[in-house]
Design a protein around this ligand. Structure first.
Ligand SMILES: [Zn+2]
Ligand SMILES: [Zn+2]
Length: 405
């Protein structure tokens, strides 16, 4: 199925044969049986070595290209946080899947309408596709069905793969559970929740139409950049940068937004979206303060993930990434100075060493690094910075992007 992930493919194949997902993983050569294994390694979501890919393709009668199409590795071409050329620290698939927070391996997002299937016999029986792109934090809405994605089960409130241990699929050694059902374990029991995910729309408090419209507009913009046929270069602070790198820059800017919240609050597309970030940022500030207290007591290193992790909740992700995209749509050095100087100052005030980490995050574009590391934040310094970026061969964006201007 289009954009189907290997996670969904295994669920569907298992359901079709009345087998456990783990058994299918063993029989298709993804997992070596025995050794007390009862889970499917998470890194298989991202990439397979040639030998495993060959065995899997043979067993499933897929071509190598089709088999590779189930993995998230190829998304790195357009989505920088999964691109090993841009991010040297994630050069092995295991590191990419385990150490990289900008691929969602723990939180599971989904569109209930996609999971309910398209009415064809196969989708009626086994559900619609679990899409690869739902693993990317900047994918928070479904344009096919014009709605935000969901995360978590509407009945039990847990992640639908909760209690998976280290496995890609929870309850991987149990057969019979439909692919579009919650696999979480009910608290205090050993029973599976089993709630249907495809029909869970009615009992949710929906977002206001204007909020949904704002999320869909931004998703349309991001989907265009993630598309293999999308533009090769995109505007960021008035400079043309490779499209894949745009998402690495987005990662850095969203960390700074959380770190300095509510400084960028007025840039939210809708009050409801700003309120979502209020709640999330309050939690992140509290977690950060606690981790700082622990670090000062010498117990452990201060963690930066409180600000740099993407939000699991799709609407919150859309809200903060929308603000980041708006900041990055600044047309020139004057506008960049106006929107970014308060944020750079705020980050330094909150925690200098951590602000420095975010300001020189690996894989970000040269223009963004130049902006974030400009030491004096007067207008003149930003203009001289512009000349420096130009001297590095970067071209200016000819027109201001229509989405975020
Ligand atoms: Zn959908
Ligand atoms: Zn549930």
């Amino acid at each position: 199925m289009e954009d189907e992930s290997i996670h969904g493919y295994l669920l569907r194949l298992a359901h079709r044969f009345g087998a456990a997902p783990l058994e299918i993983a063993v029989r298709t050569g993804l997992v070596v049986s025995g050794r007390g294994r009862n889970g499917i390694p998470v890194r298989l979501l991202h990439d397979l070595d040639e030998q495993r890919l060959g065995a899997f393709a043979r067993a499933t009668s897929l071509t190598h290209g089709e088999a590779r199409g189930l993995l998230t590795a190829s998304l790195g071409e357009r989505y920088g946080p999964l691109n090993a050329r841009l991010l040297a620290e994630f050069r092995t698939p295991a590191r990419m899947a385990h150490n990289n927070r900008w691929i969602l391996t723990k939180a599971t997002r989904y569109c209930p309408r996609c999971l309910s299937g398209d009415g064809t016999e196969i989708e009626q029986r086994h559900g619609g596709p679990w899409r690869r792109s739902w693993r990317l934090p900047p994918v928070f809405a479904c344009l096919r069905h014009q709605r935000p994605l969901l995360y978590g089960c509407l009945r039990c409130g847990q992640d639908i793969n909760a209690a998976r241990g280290g496995s890609l699929i929870a309850r991987a050694s149990e057969a019979g559970l439909h692919p579009a059902r919650c696999r979480a374990t009910l608290p205090g029991t050993r029973a599976v929740c089993g709630a249907g995910l495809a029909s869970g729309e009615a009992d949710r408090r929906p977002h206001a139409p204007s909020t949904v419209a704002a999320l869909l507009r931004l998703q349309h913009y991001f989907d265009g950049l993630l598309d293999l046929d999308g533009p090769r270069e995109v505007g960021s602070f008035g400079w043309l940068i490779p499209a894949a790198q745009y998402f690495v820059d987005l990662r850095a800017v969203s960390a700074l937004i959380f770190m300095t919240w509510p400084r960028a609050r007025k840039l939210a597309d809708a009050e409801a979206l700003a309120a979502l970030v209020d709640r999330e940022a309050e939690q992140r500030h509290a977690d950060f303060a606690r981790s700082r207290a622990e670090a000062e007591a010498g117990r452990r290193r201060q963690a930066s993930r409180h600000y740099s992790d993407p939000p699991a909740d799709p609407a919150v992700a859309g809200a903060v990434l929308g603000i980041a995209a708006r900041l990055m749509s600044a047309a020139d050095e004057n506008e960049t100075h106006e929107v970014m100087a308060p944020i750079i100052d705020g980050a330094k005030e909150r925690n200098f060493s951590m602000s420095y980490q975010f300001r020189r995050l690996s894989g970000t574009s040269y223009p963004l690094q130049a902006i974030l590391l400009t030491s004096r934040r007067d207008r003149g310094a930003f203009q001289r910075m512009g000349q420096r970026i130009e001297s590095k061969g970067f071209r200016r964006l000819a027109r201001v992007d229509s989405l975020v201007s």
